[in-house]
Design a protein around this ligand. Sequence first.
Ligand code: PLP
Length: 438
Amino acid sequence: MTVMSHLFYQSRQPRPTLDYGKGIYLYDTDGKRYIDGSSGAMVSNIGHSNPRVLDAMKAQMDKATFGYRLHFQTEPSERLAAKTAALMPKGLDRVFFVSGGSEAVESAIKMARQYALTQGQDSRWKVISRHPSYHGSTLGALALTGYDPLTKPFAPMMREMPKIAAPTCYLDTDNLDDDQRGLKYAEMLREEIIAQGPESVLAFIMEPVGGASTGALVAPDSYYARIREICDEFGILLIYDEVMTGAGRTGKFIAAEHWGITPDIIALSKGFAAGYAPLGAMVARGDMVEAVLDAGGFLHGYTYAGNPLACAAGCAVLDEIASQDLVGNSAAMGDLLKARLTGLMDRFPFIGDVRGLGLLLAFELVSDRKTMAPLPKELNAYNRLVDLAYERGLIIYSRRTRGGLEGDHFLVAPPLIVTEAQIDEIMATLTDSLEAMA
Ligand code: PLP
């Protein structure tokens, strides 16, 4: 195991050195094989070393790897914008490329603000988001993020943005049915808008299915439609952060399709170039973009935006998703994997909940399934189970957060190319890891 002395990330914990990847597997330099059970951080949607993508990148490399966006349009970026727009809800047909999810979110809120200015709505600047949530690590996106361990140290450096509770219905003890619960949580947005003063609110941003912050949290159907209605009632823009949920992860190309919702802006990244290049996109309503361009232009941009190599990768990724029907496979394998994870609840009483959509799935560990009381923090379950699985050659992703409380949840989100036999393999290793923890 190599410990690099100059490179640093979050902690001092050393990790094996990655050698290569193939399909859903990764191999370290000692030859050990890992199942990429979380697609990295829900990124590698089409698996590793896909020949179509590698060939497309090599071909583009022979032509040009950079052309500054203010000097040139490039063929791959034009092509990717057209492909992306064709996959979005009607009306969302203008695409702005970036290099990652945080940049996509920053771009979304700045587009929203500039559009409001074109409408004479200078007073609108607050972006309401949810708690818990994750929207990125740059200071603008972090201000929208509802995850205290990450935000608190930087609070004095950020403009505080209003938050409402994420719809953690599975923790509720009231007697409401699903539909009523969805409406209850949506109503919190209406109340917050009124409390803030509607004329000051610019946008509401949400992850349609929660990611790392909530562990694949899905709201009742009623929530999504009601949120759209509330935004419309007050003239507030609705931003879907589909950085994790986009590109087929939940069994539709974007999660918004599950509920037939048309947001005003969508942020994409992660599976969009599936780890082959740093790429993200902000997709906005055409009329909004036209208004901003008419008013002098979008006052925002990144040097690497629209990079032709990244866009060539993105085009090939979208082609692969379409030609292999990976969205369909995500839905089918997601149903299978969710049923198998749910089956673990019979064997392990400390699994309190299994949730998610498509191949964005999670399970949560509790000390009491009836009360959903979390495991004691000292057990360090969220690290222990990840380590036990890692030792056995399975990568899963964990966090200790839920609602305003703490709880250990684990994301299981393999590449969308996963087969039934590979799901058996994931389940066997996971079961063995849970046995070791029990
Ligand atoms: N938004 C969501 C929903 C995410 O899950 C993430 C990353 O996990 C981001 C934004 C930030 O993306 P990035 O890490 O590429 O900047």
